[in-house]
Ligand binder design. Structure first.
Ligand code: BG6
Length: 500
C-alpha cells in the first residue's frame, strides 16, 4: 500500500449536507480500514459556537445515523481524536489569518494541507482568494491542495470567471475539481472493461451500435437542499457533470498511457466533438419536467412545488433528458440519450448500449420473424454489473429464440471491502493523483454543451410539464428518440424473462 503524506484535511462547510452524509463518514471508513496517512488532522471550519468536544459529539451523532454496520468504539475514539473544530465565519476576512495561525502553530499538525470547499458555489471564489491572501496557497512548507465540489459555476460564463479567479491564486496542479461519479467502482470499470478486452473494440462504433442511453434515476426528492436545487435544476446538477463524464468514458479513444493528463486529453476530445446544439434545435434535443404529487410504495409524496423552501411558481426541472451526437469517426450519427430525474420509480444508474439489428433478416420465414437486438448493460448502482443480452435458440421443435444474459459482473457486494466513491477520491487527493478529477478545459467543454439548453430554458419560464412522483417521467420525453424502435430502457436485465 502506498505511504501517504501526513496532512491536515480542512473542511469548509463542515456542518452542511455533504460533509455530514459523505465526507465525514468516508473519512471514518478510511480510518476504520487503516487507509488514512499515519498522521492526519481533520479540521472542520464552522460558525456555530462549538469546540472540539461539542463538535466530536455532533460528529458521533451523524456517524451513528450513517454508518449502517455500526460504529466500532476503538475506531471511533481514534477517529475523533483526529477531528478538530475551528470556530470562524468565512464571511470575515480575519478568519483566514486566524486559521493560518491555528494550522501552523498547532505543533501536532502536519505541514501539508488539503482545503475542501463543501460550500455553496457562490462562495468558492471568495474562500479561495482569502486562503491565498493569507499565503495558504504557497507550497513552501508543504503541499497545498484545493478541492472544489460541483457545480463549477452556474453557466459557461460564470464557470469561466470562476476558473479564471481560482487560477490567479492556485495552479492547476493544486486544484482538484471533484465529480464523485468518477470514484464509483463500476464507472472506473467502464474504462477497464473497454480497454482491457479486445473483444469489444471492433464493435464499439457507429457500424454496430444503434444508440447509447445513460440513465440516472433517484427515488429521493430534493431532501433538505431546496435553495441549492431550485437554482440549479437537473440539467446542471447531474447532466453537465456526472452524466457527461459517463458519456466520455463510453466514447473516448484509448489513451496512450494511464497518466492523468493522457486520460483527460482523451475525455476532452470527446467533449469537443459533441455536436453543438443551436438554440433553435434545443426542443428537439432536450426535454425537462418537474415532479408533481405521487406515490412511492404505499406512501403519498408531495409535488416539487409543495416541498419546503420551493417557491410555488418555480419552473425548475427535476427531470432532464438530452440527445447528443459525437461528431467523430467512431460515433458520428449515433445518438447518446442522457436522462436524470428525482422522484423516479426506482433509484438506479445504468449505461445501456443497444446494438444494431443483424444486416440480414435471416429468420424472417420462421416463428422468430424479428430478432431482438443485443444490449450491453453497465449497471452503476445500486447493483454493479456488466451484462450482455444475446439471443439463443429455444430448445424444442420449431425455430424460436429467447433472450439470455452473459453476466460479466465482477463485483460481489459480499466480497471484500469496497471503497465508496468519496473514499476513493479523498485518498486520491491526499495521494496527489489527478486522474479522476476534472481539468479546467474539461469543465469548460462540458458547460459549452449544455449552455444553449440552459439559455433557452432560462427564458421559457412560464410553464413546465409535470410527472407524478414515483414514475419514470413523462412519456413526452420519448420525442427525443430519432427512431420508433428506440425507447427508454428502465429494466436492468437481471431477469431474463422480463421485457423493456
Ligand atoms: C449529486 C447531486 O452530485 O449527486 C444530487 O447534487 C444527486 O442531486 C447525487 O442526488 C447523486 O449521487 P449518487 O451517488 O447518489 O448517484
Amino acid at each position: 500500500m502506498l505511504v501517504l503524506d501526513p496532512c491536515v484535511f480542512t473542511i469548509f462547510g463542515s456542518t452542511g449536507h455533504l460533509s455530514r452524509t459523505k465526507l465525514l463518514p468516508s473519512l471514518y471508513h478510511l480510518e476504520a480500514e487503516n487507509r488514512l496517512p499515519e498522521s492526519v488532522a481533520i479540521v472542520c471550519v464552522g460558525r456555530r459556537p462549538w469546540n472540539d468536544e461539542t463538535w466530536r459529539a455532533e460528529v458521533t451523532r451523524w456517524l451513528e445515523e450513517r454508518i449502517v454496520d455500526g460504529l466500532d468504539a476503538d475506531c471511533l475514539a481514534r477517529f475523533l481524536s483526529k477531528v478538530f473544530y475551528f470556530l470562524g465565519d468565512i464571511g470575515k476576512e480575519e478568519t483566514f489569518g486566524l486559521l493560518k495561525d491555528y494550522l501552523e502553530k498547532t505543533p501536532a499538525f502536519p505541514t501539508n494541507y488539503v482545503f475542501y470547499l463543501s460550500l455553496p458555489p457562490a462562495e468558492y471564489k471568495m474562500v479561495a482568494h482569502r486562503l491565498a491572501l493569507n499565503g495558504l496557497n504557497k507550497e513552501e512548507a508543504g503541499w497545498r491542495r484545493l478541492v472544489i465540489e460541483k457545480p463549477f459555476g452556474y453557466d459557461l460564463e460564470d464557470a469561466n470567471s470562476l476558473d479564471h479567479s481560482l487560477r490567479l491564486d492556485f495552479s492547476e496542479n493544486q486544484l482538484y475539481r471533484i465529480d464523485h461519479y468518477l470514484g464509483k467502482e463500476t464507472v472506473q470499470n467502464v474504462f477497464v472493461f473497454r480497454f482491457a478486452n479486445l473483444l469489444l473494440e471492433p464493435l464499439w462504433n457507429r457500424n454496430y451500435i444503434d444508440h447509447v442511453q445513460i440513465t440516472h434515476g433517484e427515488v429521493a426528492g430534493i431532501e433538505d437542499r431546496a435553495e441549492f436545487y431550485d437554482s440549479a435544476g437537473a440539467l446542471r446538477d447531474m447532466i453537465q457533470s456526472h452524466l457527461l463524464q459517463l458519456l466520455t468514458l463510453v466514447a473516448m479513444e484509448p489513451p496512450p498511457n494511464l497518466d492523468a493528463e493522457s486520460i483527460r486529453d482523451e475525455k476532452v476530445k470527446v467533449l469537443k466533438s459533441i455536436r453543438p446544439i443551436p438554440k433553435n434545435a434545443v426542443h428537439a434535443h432536450a426535454y425537462r419536467a418537474q415532479y408533481g404529487r405521487g406515490r412511492l410504495g404505499d406512501k403519498n409524496v408531495p409535488g416539487y412545488l409543495e416541498e419546503k423552501g420551493i417557491p410555488e411558481t418555480s419552473t425548475t426541472e427535476t427531470y432532464a433528458a438530452v440527445k447528443l451526437y459525437i461528431d467523430n469517426w467512431r460515433w458520428r450519427n449515433v445518438p447518446f440519450y442522457l436522462r436524470t430525474g428525482k422522484r423516479m420509480a426506482e433509484s438506479h444508474s445504468m449505461i445501456s448500449i443497444r446494438f444494431r439489428h443483424p444486416p440480414q433478416q435471416l429468420f424472417r420465414e420462421t416463428q422468430i420473424q424479428e430478432i431482438a437486438p443485443n444490449w450491453l448493460l453497465l449497471g452503476i448502482q445500486p447493483e454493479q454489473f456488466i451484462r450482455a443480452e444475446l439471443q439463443v435458440r429455444e430448445p424444442g421443435i420449431g425455430m424460436r429464440t429467447r433472450k439470455t444474459i452473459l453476466d460479466a459482473s465482477t463485483c460481489d457486494a459480499t466480497e471484500g471491502y469496497h471503497l465508496d466513491a468519496y473514499e476513493a477520491l479523498l485518498l486520491d487527493v491526499i495521494e496527489g493523483d489527478h486522474s479522476q478529477f476534472l481539468r479546467s478545459d474539461e469543465v469548460n467543454w462540458a458547460w459549452r454543451i449544455v449552455d444553449p439548453i440552459l439559455k433557452v430554458w432560462a427564458v421559457e419560464r412560464d410553464f413546465i410539464p409535470t410527472y407524478p412522483a414515483g414514475t419514470w417521467g413523462p412519456q413526452e420525453s420519448n420525442r427525443l428518440f430519432e427512431k420508433e424502435s428506440q425507447a427508454w430502457r428502465n429494466n436492468m436485465g437481471g431477469d431474463v424473462c422480463i421485457t423493456d
